[in-house]
Design a protein around this ligand. Structure first.
Ligand code: HEC
Length: 232
């Protein structure tokens, strides 16, 4: 009888231990956030594949007004983001809220989860964080990748016309060069955010590399028609 109670006590202590250890470190969390940064920014209302996490701490799940792509599952979950709910979510999103739309397998390492949560909490409290976390210059190992400002690109990236003939797009840029790209390797996108291109000045990205895929990004979809001319 007594022995069983002691055992139960020890057992719950064991269960509590990881929680007691879980005082995460926000600065380490800022580094770990690169796991999330492909889909999330920490700039208020800068939404990507996922919603901005700038003020996620204490927020009701699925409630950021500027994000239009929440799953019904997340919106209906009734979850409020705090240490316990964030931990369960980051550990295994599909188990915590089935049918959600975050295609992330989950992070098994409890210490890293605690660091991430400390970071999101610090952000929510408006604490000052290392520059890597706030989106300084991206691209380096260990820093948060940043989207480029498409208004700042060079002439060689600014598209002036696009001609389509048979199976090929001929994309001419402001430096006078024309590149021939197989239609299957060219994607057209829009970026209506403050980082998007100037209206009427779409930009091309990725064409210089392996030549197997490039993007032309317009300010708005109405420009597709205006730019792409079929002519052989
Ligand atoms: C592949 C893209 C992707 C990755 C990687 C990703 N997320 Fe998400 N995240 C999403 C999407 C999409 C949603 C919206 C899910 C939904 O509506 O069901 C989301 C939602 C969330 C939410 C809920 C926000 C809200 O407003 O309710 C939190 C919190 C979150 N993610 C944290 C993280 C953290 C922390 C990481 C890194 C460990 C991460 N995510 C990695 C795409 C991603």
């Amino acid at each position: 009888m007594y022995g069983r109670r002691v055992f139960a006590c020890l057992f719950s202590l064991l269960l509590l231990m990881p929680v007691a250890r879980a005082a995460g470190d926000a600065a380490r969390g800022a580094q770990a956030f690169r796991i999330c940064a492909a889909c999330h920014s920490v700039v208020p209302d800068r939404n990507m594949t996922g919603p901005s996490l700038a003020h996620v701490w204490g927020r009701k799940a699925g409630s950021l007004a500027s994000f239009d792509r929440y799953s019904p599952a997340l919106q209906r979950s009734g979850v409020v983001w705090d240490t316990a709910s964030l931990d369960a979510w980051i550990k295994n999103p599909a188990a915590f809220i089935p049918h959600n739309a975050m295609t992330f397998p989950g992070l098994q390492d409890a210490a890293t989860r605690a660091d991430l949560i400390a970071y999101l909490k610090a952000l929510g409290e408006g604490k000052t964080l290392p520059p890597t976390a706030q989106g300084g210059m991206g691209g380096m190992m260990g820093s948060t990748p940043q989207r480029p400002d498409l208004k700042q690109l060079k002439a060689e990236d600014t598209v002036t016309s696009i001609r389509y003939c048979r199976d090929t797009y001929y994309v001419t840029t402001a430096d006078g060069k024309t590149r021939a790209i197989w239609e299957s390797n060219l994607r057209f996108k829009t970026d209506s955010s403050d980082l998007g291109p100037h209206p009427g000045a779409p930009v091309m990205l990725g064409a210089g590399m392996a030549g197997d895929r490039a993007f032309v990004i317009f300010a708005k979809p109405e420009e597709f028609d205006a730019f792409i001319r079929r002519h052989c």
